[in-house]
Design a protein. Structure first.
Length: 447
């Protein structure tokens, strides 16, 4: 990549005022709102499934299995959506890099909203037998494809409209949607769990899924008013004649793609363990499920705040230093978090998940800009999306299933799980060392 300096630390006060003015224009505010609302709705849908997989699906879609195997199977359906996310990144990234960022965002939101609504209407295994989990997995795969396109488009619409010195902050609005969606999903499911168990497992769990259609309508109203990325508009005619974006990425940027995946999986492993596996583990060991889900909502709020703070800091100090702080903190807190969850109390789970998701926010804030700055405009949608969604598959999709398998194989011990988790975080930290820093690069000059 060719580097040119954007806004240097020595810029005068007037330059900074102009940057602030440019990010506060009506169109930029609309773009940031669209980026935030779109990913919030999509992650509400996607992460709502994760919560349901931890507390509901093992009891209504896998009723012929032992509790431990039903939990494993439920997490396997969760993983199916994450496995589909890189494919969604390739498909939507192709059209995003060839035809534009905005169009794919509309399609991805509609696909996700329809799938979530269908889950809310899906018969259980007691009603239609093995067909129920088969349909569930199929819908989950479509959800994975949709979220694979959403993040990249929402992030790039914000980043490519933003001034150089504010790119990290602007791009983070796509990431802010994840904790905001998690808050909504956790609150919705927590409210549903206040129903008696018989009502909750028969119809109460469906209400949060059906509520998605309202959110999608709101998101579409905002999203349709957003303009196309100016960088893509400059590149549009050339884009139509280019080779397949994914082949360009794999041929010319394999190192950056690999490093992006390894760095990105650090924060997503925290999500997989703290907000999916740990939810199930705490509830199965005696913690009240309403209390656990309420704690998860508060933790997502902490994550949202930390994401915003770290995104602003990364525009000042760089993407890599802030991410490094987060990964190091995750390594230090890995065993304390697991020990707190193992107690089976809501109080200890609350402490564990709030600290864990706060650390996750430190990494998440700079991550969007970090990944986007690994690739040039012609393949930025595909490259950044495949990196993020590949990390999602490994970090968040497979982690709950792997964690459940490790704990099952070791007779309930968390020692091995902690060691594996810290080892994986060390790999992410090493990858970060070899990755380029993009804070001072102009997007147009990345080759």
């Amino acid at each position: 990549m060719t580097a040119t300096h954007g806004v240097p630390p020595s810029s005068n006060r007037r330059d900074m005022e102009l940057l602030q003015e440019s990010i506060n224009t009506p169109m930029m505010r609309r773009i940031l709102a669209s980026s935030f609302l779109g990913t919030m709705i999509e992650f509400y849908d996607f992460l709502l499934y994760a919560t349901a997989a931890a507390v509901v699906f093992n009891k209504i879609f896998f009723i012929s299995m032992s509790p431990a195997m039903a939990t494993f199977a439920s997490f396997a359906t969760l993983a199916a959506g994450y496995v589909a996310r890189p494919l969604g990144a390739v498909i939507f990234g192709h059209f995003g890099d060839r035809l534009g960022r905005k169009g794919v965002l509309v399609v991805s939101m509609l696909a996700m909203g329809i799938c979530t609504t269908v889950i809310g209407l899906l018969p259980t295994a007691a009603q239609i037998g093995v067909l129920a989990p088969v349909i569930l997995v199929s819908i989950r795969i479509i959800q994975g494809l949709a979220i694979g396109g959403e993040w990249g488009g929402a992030m790039l619409i914000a980043l490519e409209h933003a001034p150089g010195g504010k790119r990290g902050f602007a791009a983070s609005f796509a990431n802010l949607g994840a904790p905001a969606g998690a808050i909504l999903g956790a609150i919705a499911m927590a409210l549903a769990t206040t129903l008696p168990d018989e009502q909750f497992f028969s119809w109460g769990w469906r209400v949060p899924f059906l509520f998605s259609i309202v959110l999608v309508f709101i998101g579409m109203v905002v999203r349709l008013k957003v303009t196309e990325s100016p960088l893509f508009q400059e590149f549009e005619k050339e884009a139509e004649t280019r080779r397949l974006p994914i082949m360009d990425v794999l041929t010319n940027y394999p190192k950056n793609l690999s490093l992006g995946i390894l760095v990105g999986m650090s924060q997503l492993m925290i999500a997989g363990i703290a907000t999916v596996w740990a939810v199930n583990f705490a509830i199965e060991h005696g913690a009240d499920k309403t209390g656990v889900l309420s704690a998860k909502a508060f933790a997502a709020a902490v994550m949202l705040i930390m994401t915003l703070i770290s995104a602003k800091l990364c525009d000042r100090y760089g993407r890599k230093p802030i991410i490094a702080v987060g990964i190091a903190a995750a390594m230090i807190f890995a065993y304390p978090m697991l020990l707190l969850v193992q107690t089976g109390t809501v109080a200890n789970f609350t402490i564990a998940v709030m600290v864990a998701q706060g650390i996750q926010g430190i990494i998440l804030g700079p991550l969007a800009a970090f990944l986007a700055e690994l690739f040039p405009t012609r393949v930025r949608f595909t490259g950044a999306s495949v990196a993020f969604q590949g990390a999602s598959t490994i970090g968040a999709g497979l982690t709950p299933m792997v964690a459940a398998a490790i704990v099952l194989a070791t007779g309930g011990s968390i020692v091995t799980l902690g060691a594996v988790w810290i080892g994986a975080l060390a790999i992410s930290l090493l990858a970060l060392v070899f990755a380029p820093e993009g804070r001072k690069l102009e997007l147009q000059e990345i080759k």
